[in-house]
Design a binder for this molecule. Structure first.
Ligand code: ZN
Length: 748
């Protein structure tokens, strides 16, 4: 209905404004006027962009201030003969004396300004960094006499872009569903008075989930995030009554929002809730450990019945998310339930399957709320994913969702293209990818063909590798983390030839006759591509030199040295390692993870000279990892033995570690040191049977502080291997060599 109305209005508008000859506007003889106070922001946007394009600042004037004969840009003024605006509509029209920008309220007028700036002045809002592209001209030559746009969805957006989002016309247009985690304040407000509202957790209380060591019964202690992640008792009819009463009392929306809070823990275990489940212990094909959809949809139906009884057009909005992402197995949805689908699948086939499943369960209305987009763009690597996400959007939008809400976007120069195309697709879903690709590339002026070829190269990589292996990559990356799945297997996806080829496109782009801002955009892309190559080399061909080169590159170009997002991969680029060892000369050699290990509960090793144990003998000892204290060696490790684990689980006292290392022969003229990440608490180090040094627990932080032991005096250069034996004493709490030991050197 909404769309048909839109088509009818379009015909009317086209008839009202027949095409005419070009109109010339002299900006020096023009003024901008705002019809109401609400139109001033749009008027200011117009002034800002007119100044970029013409170099002339057109003043914002009131009626009495405008000189006779001035050309007027009238923001918010509806021409006398115009048809009334419909919902979400934006219209602009230009006559020889006046340009009009108007539509559905101030938002309509503002969108009319944006439509005019893009279509007539070639303005492009490229990215959330604020890059603006445009064609310089003065005077202004306006070819079309009018333009019109109307929102195709009731709401749409990509979160987090502020002014860019406004310029891309995002927002709510018509009766948007009310949704979002609905019960974040419920505990704070009713925790003390209405325990029946809340989930009976696996810990046996109706309260947020206690952290280890926290008393689950001390319900007053739950505040902040723990309280905001509390789950509801989904079968609590008292809660249903409360939700309906609150909706009647406080909400202007016809939607009742019952989206459960965030978090994967604390779901209700009460008999009433579990009776609503269908095989909850058999989740669908994803990482969530339970399937709770049926209980949540039962609740949605119950609330829908109550709400519709009060108001016939009432609807209930609830998420399909994580433990309740996949469709219910028994419950059929009532028509008044709206589902906000939060997919963890990102290929077209699985997404449509998910949608289809919900439709089969009776879903009549939905919105698409993809999460975790930073998993796709959180790496500074070109994935060429813009067309894929466009096609995914198209596959969903033909099913007529109320709207789209893309959450958790990351940010880098490559993904900005993807978000640009998505933003445009949401504005005008009828246009093909290639249309928006050209729209975006126009910002590069004469370099557009070369930059287009650049992006096409990376899209080829998506088509050949990332796309076909998408599901597999999401599994490899764990919890659907695409970027991590790629980064952990980087050499399977990229070759250096990819960077050679793409650099060549950018060299060609830079060789064109460009305006300064176009050149700046090309330079930005060249920097990004060069950075990606450095990341590729550091990860795919790991060496201290490649990690140092990456760190140096970042420093030289003012890039983040240790980007926040890289923490999710481990230090695979090695930049943290080389920073840690910056005072030494590469390479930095890590000693074995597992060292021979022997407990010395009677403290007799010293008297018996265990520090002289030969490698052939200490290799018969048990083994212990040197990246955790001896109380908690990794459960998945084959060492130590179950017997040793039992003995060290709460062990305070003496233990011995032993290993061998090979010192490179070309280090003979260097200072050679053992670098201990941390030993808890005191230790005495022996090399080749001789004491080399000690690190005693004297200050409060000594158990966690790195230290070095020079070993030149005890190295036997005639031997291929040097023997390292460490006596560790732990008097309380955790103990042992719990951060790796390295062999490092300094050129003299
Ligand atoms: Zn319950």
């Amino acid at each position: 209905m909404f769309r048909r109305l839109c088509a009818a209005v379009l015909v009317a508008v086209l008839t009202a404004f027949p095409a005419t000859a070009a109109i010339t506007i002299i900006p020096e003889k023009a003024a901008v006027m705002a019809a109401t106070k609400a139109d001033i922001p749009a008027a200011e946007e117009l002034i800002l962009h007119l100044e970029l394009v013409t170099g002339c600042k057109v003043p914002l004037l009131t009626a009495g201030q405008v000189a006779d004969g001035a050309f007027i840009f009238a923001v918010g003024t509806v021409p006398a003969d115009a048809a009334p605006a419909v919902i979400g509509e934006a219209v602009w029209s230009v006559t020889p004396q006046k340009a009009y920008f108007y539509g559905d309220g101030a938002k309509g007028a503002r969108n009319a300004v944006y439509d005019f700036l893009e279509d007539e002045l070639g303005v492009r809002w490229l990215n959330r960094d604020g890059d603006i592209a445009y064609r310089s001209q003065n005077p202004l030559i306006i070819n079309a006499s009018s333009g019109r746009w109307q929102a195709a969805f009731r709401h749409f957006g990509i979160r987090g872009g502020k002014i860019w989002n406004i310029r891309q016309r995002m927002g709510a247009y018509n009766d948007p569903p009310k949704y979002g985690h609905a019960f974040t304040k419920l505990w704070q407000q009713y925790g003390a008075t209405n325990p029946e509202f809340f989930a009976l957790t696996r810990l046996g209380v109706r309260a947020p989930v206690a952290k280890p060591g926290q008393d689950p019964n001390d319900i007053a202690a739950f505040t902040g995030k723990a309280a905001e992640a509390i789950k509801i008792c989904v079968s609590s009819t008292a809660l249903y009554d409360h939700i309906i009463a609150q909706w009647q009392k406080t909400s202007k929306s016809r939607y009742v929002n019952i989206c459960e809070n965030d978090g994967n823990d604390g779901f209700c275990t009460c008999p009433g809730c579990t009776a609503l489940d269908v095989n909850s212990e058999l989740p669908a094909d994803n990482v969530f450990s339970r399937h709770y959809t049926d209980r949540y949809m039962h609740m949605a139906n119950e609330i829908a019945k109550a709400a519709v009884a009060i108001r016939p057009d009432a609807r209930v909005a609830t998420y399909a998310y994580n433990e309740y992402e996949t469709p219910p197995r028994r419950v059929k949805l009532l028509p008044a339930v709206t589902i906000g689908i939060v997919p963890t699948v990102f290929d077209v086939e699985s997404s449509l399957q998910l949608l289809q499943g919900w439709k089969q369960a009776g879903m009549t209305e939905f919105f698409w709320r993809p999460n975790q987009h930073y998993y796709f763009d959180g790496a500074r690597m070109p994935f060429g994913l813009e067309k894929h996400f466009f096609e995914l959007f198209q596959a969903i939008q033909v099913h007529q969702p109320t709207g789209f809400d893309y959450d958790a976007p990351g940010s880098n120069i490559y993904s900005e293209f993807s978000y640009y195309v998505l933003a445009k697709a949401m504005q005008e879903p009828d246009k093909p990818f290639e249309h928006w690709e050209q729209h975006f590339l126009q910002a590069y002026g004469a370099a557009a063909p070369a930059v287009g070829a650049y992006y096409r190269h990376w899209r080829g990589l998506w088509d050949a590798k990332f796309g076909p292996q998408l599901k597999d990559i999401l599994v490899k990356g764990k919890v659907f983390n695409f970027a991590r799945g790629v980064m952990w297997n980087l050499k399977d996806f990229y070759t250096e030839a990819d960077f050679d080829a793409t650099d060549a496109h950018l060299v060609e782009a830079a060789a064109q006759d460009l305006q300064p801002r176009e050149r700046a955009l090309v330079d930005k892309l060249r920097l990004a591509n060069a950075h990606s190559r450095q990341i590729f080399l550091a990860v795919a061909r790991p060496s201290d030199d490649n990690s140092l080169a990456l760190l140096k590159f970042r420093r030289e170009h003012g890039l983040e040295e240790f980007p926040h997002h890289e923490q999710y991969w481990g230090d695979i680029t090695g930049v943290r390692r080389v920073e840690q060892f910056k005072e030494f000369t590469p390479p930095y050699l890590r000693t074995p993870l597992f060292w021979s290990f022997r407990l010395d509960p009677k403290d007799e090793g010293q008297a018996q000279q265990w520090f002289k144990t030969a490698p052939a003998d200490f290799r018969k000892w048990d083994k212990m990892p040197t990246n955790s204290n001896w109380e908690n060696p990794g459960r998945h490790y084959s060492y130590p033995s179950p017997e040793t684990r039992a003995l060290t689980a709460n062990y305070d006292g003496i233990a011995w570690y032993a290993t061998t290392v090979t010192v490179p022969t070309d280090w003979q003229n260097r200072d050679v040191l053992l670098y201990f990440g941390a030993v808890d608490e005191s230790c005495w180090i022996y090399v080749n049977d001789k004491p080399a040094g000690e690190h005693l627990f004297r200050n409060r932080d000594d158990w966690t502080t790195p230290f070095t032991i020079p070993i030149n005096d005890v190295i036997d250069w005639s031997k291929p291997e040097q023997t390292i034996i460490v006596r560790v004493e732990d008097k309380a709490g955790a103990g042992g060599i719990w951060k790796p030991v390295w062999l490092v050197s300094k050129a003299r």
